[in-house]
Design a binder for this molecule. Sequence first.
Ligand code: UT7
Length: 347
Amino acid sequence: MPRSIVAGIGMYVPKNVYTNQDLTRYMETSDEWIQERTGIQARHYADRLGETTATMGIEAAKIAIERAGITPQEIDFIIFATLSPDYYFPGCGVIVQREMKMKEIGALDIRNQCSGFLYAISVADQFIKSGMYKNILVIGSEKHSFGLDFTTRGRNISVIFGDGAGAVVLQPTAEEGRGILSTHLHSDGESAEILAMYNPGTHGNRWGHFADFNDAEIGEAFMSEAMIEKAQNFPNMNGPAVFKKAVVKFPEVIMEGLQANGLQTSDINMLIVHQANLRISQMIQKLLRLSDDKVYNNIQRYGNTTAASVPIALCEAWQEGKIKKGDLVCLAAFGSGFTWASALIRW
Ligand code: UT7
């Protein structure tokens, strides 16, 4: 069975940079609070009209495809991970297919939020191992800035997220030992609502999370005025609860990957975890006893870009020469769902 290698990788971040200080114009917050709690100094926001999740994904994809030494017409399958699609439906994959003038290939959208990219490469890996496809384009892209509550009410979330995209082309390799060694996917829906955007949605309060709405308001529409008034059209998060779970599940799923391959933490050459919070990344690093040169973080400059965060960090680390052929690269993510995942790649 062939293994999948990353044949090409690319990233794109919009040009508009918003520092923590910039955000103080819209809400009660401070550079000090944001840096101390998250490590974030700045994030990029897409142009409100010109740029979308799909267009950013396409920019990253163009670079990945060129670096893989192929053309868009040679891509056999698209997997697009995002929580902020251009349309509620259809997904962004078909927009990529159309705009990049690809053949009438399959296009799959993945909705696994922060672990979306990990789920996406796991799916792609299975298609490659089975021999079904040879060139799979995997994109993680987010335009968070379109849908955040930039008032003080939403500050625990809005200061964290940023926009951007990353992409890889996965291909089979005949080279012994190289490629994706294994992927490990998990979920626990018990806490589905503690990091979620409820509307627009079909829930009709079936899960009982809208005590302050009456049935008429809930039943009124897919997204009613009452919902907008009560900020139910924005993401909600119980940050401390997510934090506590993340610092347990990240090391667990990394160790699961290492054990499945008979490897140890000391074998890792580069660890890239979903950029959720610098404090989370540092706690994982400490637990795994990894030195600074074996961990790559860029949340300071981009904030949390959800499905895009792992491929953006992977791309930057590779561009900076921090990942070389033969290195053991460990990727891991945790987020809304909860879902979490890891992947080990012999580069
Ligand atoms: O990528 C998806 C997965 N997401 C995560 O992994 C996020 C995990 N959670 C976190 O990163 C952290 O919980 C946050 C960064 C979101 C928040 O940090 P925290 O240390 O857990 O703060 P907190 O939510 O407990 O809030 C502490 C205080 C509160 O005020 P009081 O009640 O103590 O008076 C908040 O209202 O900080 C206040 N606060 C803010 N103050 C200034 C919340 N957001 C802000 C803000 N600026 N932006």
